[in-house]
Design a protein around this ligand. Structure first.
Ligand code: SAJ
Length: 415
């Protein structure tokens, strides 16, 4: 289907904004990507990337070379504005995890002067329920000449607003941008339909339309579902350890049941999404949310359980050498954000219970806070080997070489 070519401003050129901006540009839209990071803006304008994601370099280079993608520190007038900025926790003195939507609010304020009647604003950031309505409120406060209401009674000066939460898996972003079904919530039906029209230019899957709050909660629900299910697997791993049962075999066998599909235990849950988004649901209805909160706690406690197990193993040695295999938050990526593997390694070093040799073939040693060692050297020198990430390089290790070592495999790759 032929989709009308637009001028699009994408606010935020991170893991979601940059792939989306370059994808739209390669489909013939004229895209201006906006970021506060001047270095990122210059890097992108030179056809390069400042983040690591398979095939993103090729996509960005082709988008920039086509002349359709430019990066800038400031927005300009456009047909559509996509907000893809972070939604972290508030930096408070309490331990309560309260969502911080100030980046979304700031982006809304920044684009407000550039809006014209008929424009579409799409919020892509994973957001607490009510955030899209907050964007509408900010625009209406700053632009009395425009209507952001849910009714289309002032159609001539209407701004259309929708939430289309990103759903792509780091490591597979480019493929999933095209292949994943999308949910679009509009402040009114016309907003959802306008956003759908745009996403059809690159998304080959189904696009489902709903209201903004349902779309916001749907995204949070998806990540909470995964978190709760990983917590189930992590809890099983503690039970199995206590009872002397191999948790990997147990899960494999239980999953032979046609309606059972247990996920995999690990050293904890990392990344900037699954360990964060469930708290947005907790914050929205604290007195109702028990299971989702408990799951978060189970997953957050897992790294400390791992550290205690390592400590107990290290006690058997006079001067133990501990090899920590993997630092990233999951396999075969270079992303260290909220990584339990990184946290465990950091704590083991700080705890001074032995000499820690960290190894991660995906992490550039220049940017790492610890000294990194080659896999072969770690396999040779360590008394205790801890598998923290199931990178493909570790899966290929010849188990004959390490049969004399104490092994603690949190990912079940060497069983
Ligand atoms: N993990 C386990 N056991 C498992 C699966 C994952 O311990 O069986 C751990 C991983 O090692 C990692 C963490 O969970 O530390 C999260 O990894 P992930 O691959 O489950 O998810 P993310 O954070 O990379 O991406 C998720 C995806 N959400 C869902 O699958 C529901 C992705 O589709 C979202 O777009 C993304 O969050 C996001 O940006 O919200």
């Amino acid at each position: 289907m032929q989709v009308k070519k637009q001028k699009i401003v994408v606010m935020g050129l991170g893991y979601i904004g940059l792939p989306t901006a370059s994808m739209l540009a390669t489909k013939g839209h004229r895209v201006l990507g906006v970021d506060i990071n001047e270095k990122a803006v210059n890097t992108i304008n030179a056809g390069n990337i400042h983040i690591v994601e398979p095939d993103l370099d090729i996509l960005v280079r082709s988008a920039v070379n086509s002349g359709n993608l430019k990066a800038s520190l400031v927005p300009e007038e456009a047909d559509t504005f996509i907000l893809a900025v972070p939604t972290p926790f508030k930096n408070g003195s309490t331990n309560e995890k309260i969502p911080d939507i100030s980046f979304v609010e700031a982006a809304a304020r920044t684009i407000a002067p550039f809006l014209r009647p008929g424009n579409l604003i799409i919020l892509e950031s994973t957001s607490p329920v009510g955030t899209t309505e907050r964007v509408a409120q900010i625009i209406s406060e700053l632009r009395h000449d425009l209507s952001t209401g849910s009714s289309l009674s002032h159609a001539a000066n209407q701004i259309f607003i929708a939430h289309c939460p990103e759903r792509v898996l780091p490591g597979h972003i480019i493929r999933e941008l095209v292949d994943n079904d999308r949910i679009i919530g509009g402040i009114n039906r016309a907003s959802a339909e306008k956003a759908q029209e745009l996403y059809k230019s690159f998304c080959n899957a189904n696009i489902y339309l709903t209201d903004v709050k349902t779309a916001e909660l749907a995204k949070l629900t998806e990540n909470s579902f995964r978190d709760v299910n990983i917590a189930f697997a992590n809890e099983l791993s503690l039970i199995c350890d206590r009872l002397g049962i191999n948790v990997w075999e147990l899960i494999e066998l239980a999953n032979k049941h046609p309606r059972v599909n247990i996920l995999q235990p690990g050293p904890g849950v990392g990344g900037h999404c699954i360990a964060v988004d469930p708290w947005f649901i907790v914050a929205a209805a604290p007195d109702q949310v028990r299971l989702i909160r408990t799951a978060r706690e189970v997953n957050d406690n897992k790294p400390y359980w791992v550290i205690e197990k390592v400590r107990a193993k290290a006690d058997r040695f006079k001067e133990p050498v501990i090899g920590c295999l993997g630092l990233t938050f999951k396999a075969n990526i270079d992303d260290l954000r909220e990584s339990p593997a990184l946290e465990i390694t950091r704590e083991l070093i700080a705890g001074g219970i032995g000499r820690v040799m960290a190894c991660d073939p995906n992490v550039n040693g220049k940017f790492c806070e610890f000294q990194l060692f080659d896999l072969a050297e770690v396999l040779q020198k360590a008394d205790i080997l801890i598998v923290l990430v199931d990178h493909v390089e570790f899966k290929g290790v010849d188990l004959e070489l390490i049969k004399e070592k104490v092994v603690f495999d949190t990912r079940g790759i060497w069983r």
